[in-house]
Write a protein that binds this ligand. Structure first.
Ligand SMILES: [Zn+2]
Length: 349
């Protein structure tokens, strides 16, 4: 499957779920201005640290960087804005078997079927939170596959007909890979996949970019844990905001919807739902505007410091070509990072 096709398939499930979340969290726009819930101002040193980290992330991608772009930096404007986000979070798990590299052996032939979902034999090692992660487990030799060597047919020698100028003759040589049989280690791969349908206020055209951005979780309702429905009640921050009652109502509505979505998400990921919850959180974004670059804008989604450069028209392609930004732009930001300590105190109010 191509990346684009996979993405379309994902969006067929993601978008209707996100639309439902939007419908039930109509009060999201009131969170950033609610005196009990809002995050408030951001410290200058924290801001510098986050922008610095964003630049470092780009550096670590190993892209060649040049430095002489200071002339573009005559005027930079920095703003930050508070966002509210409501999200359903899903973590699924699937298992599949692969074989490791082979070696020659004199063991008896065997092809043991691995009962990979026997969690007593092969316990599951669950991650914290919601992550994409593949966890390989190399099985001990009793689970090895031992097969007849396909190259020599199990004889250990290869007979070949060799042609030269005077005719053809038969040559026999030892098979390079085996003693007649080959053994393979079996590996159980446990693949954890997450899906985080979310909506934000203010709206963002590419919600994937704000995954993991939350700074303050206001409301969180566990829905599923260890494959089963969760009995835990919602965790709520201590506040007297009247919006909390609305969040409890939303939690109940989405708990019902969650049951309808579960099988679709399991089908999309080819696995079982291990964990799910619903949460409402807030985070800040930092925007840097380069006025000398025709008003080009870089964004940070806080707690996940990355640069993001929307270029109109905005679409998901923008996100996936993120790593292919022109080197000129990247150089600019590294320059900014190196000089940030000197210039930021003058730019940030
Ligand atoms: Zn062989």
């Amino acid at each position: 499957m191509t990346t684009e096709f996979k993405y379309k398939k994902l969006k067929q499930i993601y978008n209707p779920v996100a639309a439902k979340i939007r419908e039930h969290t109509f009060y999201l726009d009131r969170i950033p201005s609610d005196p009990c819930l809002r995050l408030g101002s951001l410290q200058t040193d924290l801001l510098i640290q986050r922008i610095g980290q964003g630049c470092k992330n780009i550096e670590e991608r190993g892209i060649f960087v040049t430095r002489n772009f200071g002339r573009f930096l005559n005027l930079i404007e920095i703003q930050h804005e508070e966002f509210a986000v409501a999200m359903l979070r899903y973590l699924t798990v699937r298992r599949y078997i692969t074989r490791s590299n082979t070696s020659g052996t004199s063991r008896w032939l065997q092809h043991p079927e691995v009962p990979m979902w026997d969690l007593n034999l092969f316990p599951i090692n669950s991650p914290h939170g919601y992550v994409n992660w593949t966890d390989p487990l190399w099985l001990p030799s009793q689970w090895d596959i031992v097969e007849t060597c396909g190259t020599c047919g199990g004889t250990g020698t290869i007979t070949e007909t060799v042609s030269d100028g005077e005719g053809s003759r038969t040559e026999t040589r030892t098979c390079g890979t085996c003693g007649g049989r080959l053994e393979y280690t079996q590996i159980i791969n446990t693949q954890w996949q997450r899906l985080l349908p979310l909506v934000t206020y203010p709206e963002t055209p590419t919600p994937e970019m704000v995954e993991d951005a939350e700074e303050q979780v206001i409301y969180r309702l566990p829905l599923t844990e260890k494959f089963s429905s969760s009995n835990e009640s919602a965790q709520v921050i201590r506040t007297s905001s009247p919006l909390i009652n609305k969040m409890h109502q939303t939690g109940e509505q989405l708990e019902y919807l969650h049951k309808l979505h579960q099988s679709e998400i399991e089908k999309l990921h080819g696995g079982y739902l291990y964990r799910a919850d619903f949460q409402i959180a807030s985070f800040r974004t930092i925007m840097i505007e380069f006025t000398n670059l025709g008003g080009s804008v870089g964004w940070f989604f806080v707690r996940r410091p990355e640069f993001y450069f929307p270029r109109l028209p905005l679409c998901w392609i923008t996100v996936f070509t993120f790593a292919l930004l022109p080197p000129l732009w990247i150089a600019l930001f590294v320059f900014l990072w190196e000089t940030s300590v000197k210039i930021f105190p003058f730019l940030v109010e």
